[in-house]
Design a protein around this ligand. Structure first.
Ligand SMILES: CCc1ccc([C@H](C)CC(=O)N[C@@H]2O[C@H](CO)[C@@H](O)[C@H](O)[C@H]2O)cc1
Length: 814
């Protein structure tokens, strides 16, 4: 029966206003005269949502009818932030919505602030997944994101006397108007149990049957992801776990109330909370259960959708591309082989080939402690059939390596099984051998992957590793978070850049145009005022918007060297006090970022920053020339205010350790100058914006490697740097912690004795680079010209470019 389709809705302001009032009245049940701001937000989202649904259904239908290849992005994290402004803006309804609400006496910007951030991620990896979802819809690629619908996202950070405190994040407390429960899309996911072989091996009818000891139901919640101009609306499908039996009545009636709810509690726990670690795996069983739960549910859903359209699985790789966002979904390789072999009865070899042709794997870190591996006893108990498949795959791979005359040491490093100590399954190796493409997230990172963690696998399979330098969506990270700059650019170079960010380069010729620069810098100053107002509101600290706003916002980690930044602040503080007449450039150092709760050194760094801030900010001798601010609870929405308000972007990681960085791209696009090492995508930012429009310092990744190999003695470096040694002494002696003089002694000792992240070795170069920055900032025309050129030459870092590369070189889609 060809059912009539709902007519698309008109969206001029009066119609929108009427729709909003209609939703408020009949869906929210509030009288407009007494409605609260959050009621208006919910009503507006419901009205906008209907416009989204029109495009969503068009997209889903066209994908089906045109038999498009679908891309599936499997990620345990999607750091989405807020969605209303994104949806309204990408549908081109911003002015209409603003006018509609204004006609009802409501300010769009005020209610937009009330939307909860969907903080379903830790940092770079999670935010990249969110930018990719928006970009895939914007470049018209049929794609699904698969993840977990955590009830509690990344913890809320509060500062208690300068110390990080973690509080539960409750984004779903007031409901989530953007999600659609899809009860019909539910799948059983098993754990534990046994594997039986039925039929006889000899006549080829033999096959394995996994009999799980436990089962839970994965049920889907869909969120529409609107692309630019509403070209396409894709689906983010997040899985939630629920019990097969919500309550065991006989146990309950027998009075065992706890036992009666055990299964439901276990299911509930499975998708309750996001693991807050972003570099070192918790290694807990629940984490492996989460990884398998969403991988299995996603693959079952993918195969169901494929078989619904094509009644065979042999063409799966022609119609399905699956991207593994780091090793977190790597168990999907074994699960797809199981589903194809045991459930859909393809032979093992065919299943293995299809799987490899479907999968691509993205590596996001070289940090050894961040590479996931699971103890075999745990893996085997939880996933007995997958353990068998891992062994079978390993046999194939090691046979190929021996045929290629690899020595035993290489064989050991290639093996999916780490035999060095406790036997463990290497998820990075499993993802590698199970994928036809393995990509790094910047050129340098990719080169280092070939030389380090995957050197031998690269030797065995030399045509798999490729570079896909990260990108960011210019919609959220320019058009929406910096509308004034966006409007100025549009007025200056026309609209073309809105559909092709590379066109931003047309701005270059205005870098020395005083009239343009006047307006460009005025907008930057306005954004700095906005940021200052936020800091005043939240921390009661007053900032001078004409000072140099020096910003470092990212997860707290020793390799990101927030420590080097604050030690340099102490050295500068000392100089301002000892050379008061020097014409210092007033500077505000702004920090923000969360530390993994179990990462004590990182939490110590947060406390150190706050201790130094308290002393410097209250020292009259500084006369406001230097201020330190740590803004709590860093998240996507805070970044949307801090990025446009920055003059200087701190990208100072130890070279070779930041796979790419994406904050660096956001700052450059919003007209900030980068001070950084030649690490990750900083190298490509330098190539794009030009050596004269970035301030590079410090050792290269190669020099770091050499320095370590030669034996690095931080003590000798420290004694040869008066600034550094004085600053370290001031901190360790308690100048900034009079209430506990030895509080920071451990942090300083780890620099003096080991300094694995080469803070001492790079310090003098860093401090000198900061003085160079002062010099440039004092020369306003020079400064502004450089910042304009950063915006002009950041188009290449649009996620649209990155996604087009994935689509043509990995997914062969779109
Ligand atoms: C298992 C614990 C865990 C969780 C997350 C991760 C992520 C890989 C960490 C991460 O977010 N990596 C960042 O990914 C960004 C997107 O590619 C890069 O830009 C950053 O350089 C990289 O640190 C590692 C280990």
């Amino acid at each position: 029966v060809d059912l009539p389709l709902a007519p698309p809705r008109r969206s001029d302001a009066p119609v929108l206003a009427a729709d909003i009032v209609e939703r408020l009245t009949y869906r929210i049940g509030k009288d407009p005269r007494v409605a609260e701001r959050h009621d208006w937000l919910s009503a507006t989202i419901l009205a906008i949502r209907d416009r989204v649904i029109d495009h969503w259904m068009d997209s889903t239908r066209s994908t089906y009818e045109q038999e498009h290849k679908r891309v599936y992005y499997l990620s345990l994290e999607f750091l989405i932030g807020r969605l209303m402004r994104d949806a309204v803006s990408n549908l081109g309804l911003l002015e209409e919505t603003r006018d509609a609400l204004a006609s009802l006496g409501v300010d769009l910007d005020v209610i937009a602030e009330l939307e909860a951030d969907a903080a379903l991620g830790n940092g770079g990896l999670g935010r990249l997944a969110a930018c990719f979802m928006e970009a895939m819809a914007s470049v018209d690629i049929p794609a699904y994101g698969y993840g977990i619908r955590y009830v509690n996202g990344l913890f809320r950070q509060e500062l208690h006397d300068g110390w990080q405190a973690e509080l539960p994040e409750t984004w779903l407390a007031d409901g989530n108007p953007w999600e659609f429960p899809r009860r019909e899309s539910s799948y059983e996911v098993g754990f534990g149990g046994t594997v039986d072989t039925v039929g006889s091996e000899t006549d080829g009818t033999g096959r394995c049957v996994w009999r799980p000891g436990e089962r839970v139901i994965a049920t889907a919640f869909d969120t529409p992801i609107v692309g630019w101009r509403g070209k396409r609306v894709n689906t983010l499908r997040l899985w939630s776990a629920r019990p097969i039996d919500p309550i065991l009545l006989d146990a309950f009636n027998a009075g065992d109330h706890i036992g009666a709810l055990a299964e439901s509690n276990r299911a509930e726990t499975l998708t309750r909370v996001l693991y807050p670690a972003d570099a070192n795996p918790a290694g807990q069983e629940l984490r492996l259960r989460q990884e398998f739960f969403f991988s299995s549910a996603s693959l079952q859903d993918i195969l169901r959708r494929h078989l619904q359209q094509y009644d065979s699985l042999t063409n799966l790789a022609d119609k399905v591309a699956i991207q593994l966002n780091d090793t977190h979904p790597a168990v999907a390789v074994a699960e797809l082989v199981r589903l194809l072999t045991d459930v859909h009865r393809l032979d093992f070899a065919a299943s293995w080939h299809i799987a490899r042709d479907c999968f691509g794997y993205t590596n996001h870190t070289l940090l050894p402690e961040a590479l996931e591996s699971w103890p075999i006893p745990l893996f085997e108990r939880l996933l007995p059939r997958h353990m068998q498949i891992v062994y079978a795959v390993n046999a194939i791979v090691l046979r190929e390596a021996r045929a290629a005359h690899f020595d035993e040491a290489s064989i050991r490093s290639i093996s999916l099984i780490d035999e060095s100590g406790e036997r463990r399954v290497r998820m990075g190796n499993l993802a590698f051998v199970g994928s036809h493409s393995i990509n790094g997230v910047s050129q340098l990172h990719t080169d280092l992957m070939k030389e380090t963690v995957f050197a031998n696998l690269h030797r065995l399979y030399p045509d798999r590793i490729n570079a896909k330098t990260n990108g960011i969506t210019p919609r959220r990270w320019l058009m929406q978070c910096n509308p004034d700059l966006f409007a100025l650019v549009r007025e200056t170079i026309g609209d073309a850049f809105m559909d092709d960010a590379a066109k931003l380069v047309d701005l270059d010729r205005f870098a020395d145009d005083p009239a343009f620069v006047e307006r460009f810098s005025a907008i930057k100053r306005e954004n700095k005022v906005k940021l200052s107002n936020l800091v005043a509101r939240r921390l009661g600290i007053r900032l001078d918007p004409d000072a140099l706003f020096d910003v470092q916002i990212k997860r707290i980690h020793e390799y990101k060297r927030q420590m080097m930044n604050i030690v340099e602040a102490v050295a500068l503080y000392d100089q301002i006090r000892s050379q008061p007449d020097r014409d210092w450039v007033p500077r505000v150092k702004l920090f923000a970022g969360k530390a993994a709760p179990s990462y004590l050194a990182a939490k110590g760094i947060i406390k150190l920053i706050n201790d130094v801030a308290r002393v410097i900010n209250n020292d009259p001798a500084v006369r406001g020339l230097l201020k330190i601010v740590f803004v709590p609870n860093y998240n996507v929405s805070l970044a949307e205010v801090m990025v446009p308000g920055a003059d200087l972007s701190e990208q100072i990681s130890t070279a070779g350790m930041e796979a790419s960085g994406t904050g660096n791209m956001k700052f450059a696009l919003n007209g900030a100058l980068t001070i950084g090492t030649l690490d990750g995508a900083n190298v490509e930012i330098r190539d794009q914006v030009g050596r004269e429009n970035i301030v590079i310092f410090g050792m290269t990744a190669e020099e770091v490697g050499t320095r370590r190999a030669e034996g690095y003695d931080p003590a000798s470096v420290i004694e040869n740097s008066r600034e550094l040694s004085q600053a370290l002494m001031a901190i360790e002696s308690g100048v900034f912690s009079p209430d506990d003089r030895t509080r920071h002694a451990d942090l300083i000792r780890s620099v003096r004795e080991r300094d694995w992240f080469m803070l001492a070795a790079d310090f003098d170069a860093y401090a000198a680079a900061q003085r160079r920055v002062d010099g440039i900032f004092a020369d306003k025309p020079a400064w502004h010209a450089k910042t304009v050129r950063n915006t002009a030459h950041s188009g290449w870092f649009s996620a649209d470019r990155t996604i087009r590369e994935y689509a043509s070189e990995i997914w062969r889609a779109g």
